[in-house]
Design a protein around this ligand. Structure first.
Ligand code: CA
Length: 245
């Protein structure tokens, strides 16, 4: 395995696979390496929390819910709480009937999920979508934006309100930057779904509402910049916006 990793070089995205069944992990590692990714794996929730924070920090995490020690949902929440890992895309691996609503909702903070059994093709597709959100998509964007008390740094993905850092998930950050790009224009739920989540039927329009609700809450006073336009969607309407390039 190590030899394949070395051959790929350091710039291939690193995927952490958290799954307690070695029989599932091994073929997944082999196939992801063939697709050009570097991989690292953890068989327990506890070792996952060690592997997540070990340099180099993974670019994406595949996280099984049913683990022998700590639940994958708890592992996900802990990853989200830490500033250095709060933006890493997380795809939960679930069995049928597990708590899918909680998984993609703001309570747990995963970006996506796959129900077992899934094809490697589907897995790779979801990985590409999730990585696109965080890697190399902001090249032509300004590095920083300031709107009153709200400060956004696009290089570090850090957000501050009144100089206090606000920890956002990858999806929340994408949602916020999308609103800023389109400031002053009403965004319908369908447009937001398209731009932030991609055209994927498994995410519903109420997901947009719950994410905006959570974003408003996290941003405190700056949350008021988001106006609800009844029957249409949302509008980012900051009083004194400026961009620093
Ligand atoms: Ca399992």
């Amino acid at each position: 395995m190590q030899m394949i990793n070395d051959a790929l070089g350091d710039d291939a995205p690193l995927i952490l696979i958290v799954e307690d069944e070695q029989d599932v992990v091994t073929p997944m590692e082999i196939k992801l390496k063939l697709e050009g990714y570097q991989t690292r794996s953890a068989l327990t929730g506890k070792s996952a929390l060690t592997e997540v924070f070990r340099e180099p920090i993974p670019d994406l995490i595949l996280l099984d819910i049913m683990l022998p020690d700590i639940s994958g949902l708890d592992v996900c929440m802990r990853i989200r709480e830490a500033p250095q890992t709060s933006q890493i895309p997380i795809i939960m691996l679930t069995a049928k009937g597990e708590e899918i609503d909680r998984v993609v909702g703001f309570e747990v903070g995963a970006d996506d999920y796959l129900v077992k059994p899934f094809s490697i093709r589907e897995l790779v597709l979801r990985i590409k979508v999730a990585l696109k959100r965080t890697m190399g998509t902001n090249v032509e964007q300004p590095r920083k934006s300031t709107f009153g008390s709200l400060n956004i740094n696009y290089d570090t993905h850090r957000v501050y309100v009144d100089e206090e850092e606000v920890l956002l998930t990858a999806t929340e950050f994408k949602l916020l930057s999308t609103f800023i790009e389109r400031a002053g224009r009403v965004q319908t739920r369908d447009i937001l779904l398209d731009v932030v989540w991609g055209v994927q039927s498994y995410v519903q329009t109420r997901t947009v509402d719950s994410h905006i609700k959570q974003l408003r809450k996290k941003l405190g006073p700056a949350g008021d910049f988001f106006e609800t336009v009844r029957g249409v969607g949302y509008l980012f309407n900051a009083p004194s916006g400026n961009r620093v390039v």
